[in-house]
Design a protein around this ligand. Structure first.
Ligand code: UDP
Length: 323
C-alpha cells in the first residue's frame, strides 16, 4: 500500500515509517519539521515538506495514489496545552479536519490516528480498558478525544475507516538504530534521564515521592516505540481486511515507577544520574496502566520489547552517540 505518514519525521512517526517499509509498504512522509527532524527521514521513504493547516499541500500529497494515511502530527505537551489551548485547537483539531477533508475529497478512506491515554483522564479503575470513562484532565487530551469523536462521524457519513491508537507512555528506540534523532527539549521521563546521563542536564527532578504507589513515585505503562510502530501496521491491516473502525489501547500492561526506571538507567549506563525529589507536577495521576486485551483480540498485537531493560538499553544506545 502507498501510505502517507503525516508527522513521519517525529519520534514515533519515524519508527512507524520503518515498520511500514519493513512490512512492504511504499511510504511518503509529510512533515513541517517543527519538531520532526531531517535526520529521522528514512532512506526508503519519499518526503514532502508541508503543513497540515494548508489544504493545498495536503491535496497535492494525497494526489499521488495514496491509499492510507497515518496521522501523528500534533503538539503533545500537556502542560503547554493548558496555557496555549488555541495553539492545540488550531493544529491538533483544525489540522486534523483539514486532513480528513482532503482525504475524503481524494477518495482515501483508511486512517490511522495517534490518540492517547490522555483521553481517559484520572483513572477511575485500573487497568484502564477502552470502556473507561473519558474525562481528559488537560486540553491536549481533549483535542485527542474530540478528534476520535469526529472520526466516528466521518466513518458514518464519509466511509472513513479508522484506527484510533491510544498510546500509553512511548519510550525506547529501534534496536537496529534506524532512528537516531533526539527529541528537542524533552519533558518525558526517559529522555530527561538520558539527558542527565549524558551530562546535558544536571539532575532529574522526581515529581513527587508521596504517591500511593509501591515506592511513592508515579507509575506508568511504558510501551516500546517499536512495539507501538508495529501496532500501526497491524491496525492498518485490520481496518483494511475488516472494513471496520476501532479505538484501541496500546500499552505494555505493566507499570514502572520513576525510581524503577532511574535505577535501571543507572545500572545500564554506569552513570550516576543525580536525582532530587521536588513537588508533584500538576495533573499527574499516581498510576496509569493499560489493559491491551482488546488489541490482542482484534489486532493480534502485544508488547514484546517493553520491559524496563529494553526500554533503557535501546534509548542509551542512541543517546550515547551524542556523548
Ligand atoms: N516524571 C518525573 N520527572 C520528570 C518527568 C517525568 O518525575 O522530569 C514522572 C512523572 O511525574 C510521571 C512519569 O515520570 O509519573 C512519566 O511522566 P512523563 O512526562 O514521561 O509522561 P506522562 O505520564 O506525564 O505522559
Amino acid at each position: 500500500m502507498h501510505v502517507l505518514v503525516i508527522g513521519g519525521a517525529g519520534y514515533i512517526g519515524s519508527h512507524v515509517v520503518t515498520a511500514l517499509i519493513a512490512a512492504g509498504n511504499r511510504v511518503t512522509v509529510f512533515d513541517n519539521l517543527s519538531s520532526g527532524l531531517r535526520i529521522n527521514l528514512q532512506p526508503g521513504a519519499a518526503f514532502v515538506h508541508g503543513d497540515i493547516r494548508r489544504p493545498d499541500s495536503l491535496r497535492a500529497a494525497l494526489a499521488a495514489d495514496v491509499e492510507a494515511v497515518v496521522h501523528l502530527a500534533a503538539f503533545k505537551a500537556a502542560g503547554e496545552s493548558m496555557e496555549r489551548p488555541e495553539k492545540y485547537a488550531d493544529n491538533n483539531i483544525g489540522g486534523t479536519i483539514q486532513i480528513l477533508n482532503a482525504m475524503t475529497e481524494a477518495g482515501v478512506s483508511r486512517f490511522i490516528f495517534s490518540s492517547s491515554a490522555a483521553v481517559y483522564g484520572e483513572p477511575e479503575y485500573l487497568p484502564i480498558d477502552e470502556d473507561h470513562p473519558q474525562k481528559p484532565e488537560n486540553f491536549y487530551g481533549f483535542t485527542k478525544l474530540e478528534i476520535e469523536r469526529l472520526l466516528g462521524w466521518y466513518d458514518t457519513l464519509k466511509g472513513v475507516r479508522f484506527a484510533a491508537l491510544r498510546y500509553f507512555n512511548a519510550a525506547g528506540y529501534a534496536p537496529d538504530e534506524s532512528v537516531v534523532g533526539l527529541e528537542q527539549n524533552p519533558a518525558n521521563l526517559l529522555p530527561v534521564i538520558m539527558d542527565v546521563a549524558r551530562g546535558v542536564r544536571r539532575e532529574l527532578q522526581i515529581f513527587g515521592d508521596d504517591y500511593e504507589t509501591r515506592d511513592g513515585t508515579g507509575v506508568r505503562d511504558y510501551v516500546h516505540v517499536s512495539d507501538l510502530a508495529r501496532g500501526h501496521v497491524q491496525a492498518l491491516d485490520y481496518i483494511d481486511k475488516n472494513d471496520a473502525s476501532l479505538a484501541v489501547n496500546l500499552g505494555s500492561e505493566s507499570g514502572l515507577s520513576v525510581l524503577e526506571i532511574l535505577s535501571a538507567a543507572r545500572w545500564i549506563t554506569g552513570r550516576e544520574i543525580p536525582a532530587r525529589t521536588v513537588g508533584r507536577r500538576a495533573g499527574d495521576p499516581a498510576e496509569l496502566v493499560a489493559t491491551s486485551a482488546f488489541a490482542r483480540e482484534t489486532l493480534g498485537w502485544k508488547a514484546e520489547l517493553s520491559d524496563v531493560d529494553s526500554l533503557v538499553e535501546t534509548s542509551w544506545k542512541v543517546y550515547r552517540r551524542y556523548l
